[in-house]
Write a protein that binds this ligand. Sequence first.
Ligand code: MG
Length: 393
Amino acid sequence: MSAVGVAVLGSTGTIGDNTLDVISQHPDRFRVVALGAQRNHVKLLQQCEQYRPTYAALAEGQAARELEQGLRAAGLNTEVLVGEAGLAQIATLKEAPYVMAGIVGAAGLASTLAAARAGQRLMIANKESLVMAGPLLMEEARRSGATLLPIDSEHNAIFQCWPAGAVIGEAPRGVRRILLTASGGPFLDWSAEDLAKATPEQACKHPKWVMGRKISVDSATLMNKGLEVIEARILFGLPIEQVEVVVHRQSLVHSLVEYVDGSMLAQLGSPDMRTPIAHALAWPERIDSGVQSLDLAQAGGLEFEPPDVLRFPCLALARAAAAAGGLAPAVLNAANEMAVAAFLEGRLNFTGIAAVIAAVMDQLPAGAATDLPSVLAVDQEARALALREIAGA
Ligand code: MG
């Protein structure tokens, strides 16, 4: 068996690090053909020296030029590709039919859609592409025969609890509901008063998962879970009433499926992204991920509690967007990205994030998501509105 080629988009981020770690453990099965990132040319150069990919892509032009110089100085002949088009190109390579879509935010949308259109094994860690353009993405995948595999730990868990032979995008018969578990983030027990004074540093200190800054803030507001509700609806073809959220502080149960006969299936494991990544890389087989086994006796109790949507209104906003469908999730996502960036830069307080999103959603009646241009147009409109709200906050 010759090693299958893999393109890792977002290679310099957390998902990228974990993907390369799993791949490194299986040189007989996987080979890094392409690496892509937004702008971190220093780290991408190090990765090129280690993995010797055929292609490396960076979204930003200046960063790509720096990478090019570094590669030549190191005597490497990796071909450098630039911009969104460069990222889309490495997502559609014949010699890299496995694509990890790990770029964070709307920036990963075009390359993820390109991979779906090209019929790749698309391992989706970029939740924004499902949130913003879920129906379009699913349609592209159906048309090309692309294999979609969720990397988000919750969706990967649900897929692992799905009946054998079930297809992504269609709800199998006999499912009563799915339950997405939420760690609750670092502010779970904070009062509404303290939440208003929460700092970026506090928000980025997640108790269970090591993550990037944007997703850490999303986890603290519970917007991450809200985006995952939207994502789950699309991936699993269930109406919003059948998608629930339960807070589970230990982060050991990664999500559950309840069937109509009363059976509940759950996927458990140490909170480590290498498990879903290894699952998606090897599916339908299983390979070692390097994750140590979970000692249940040592872990002790598993607790579950309902989420508090009054202190964490982002969850309710996301459910409303999911129920409205069409472009509403794209509006929510765009407003959230702007609000989170403003919070991280100290221009907005923590509770202002939900307020900005609510105000933008109120002002933008969202129609149907007919094509990518309409999604991108509403994304821009929502961003502009969010900026205005942030300036006035
Ligand atoms: Mg998740």
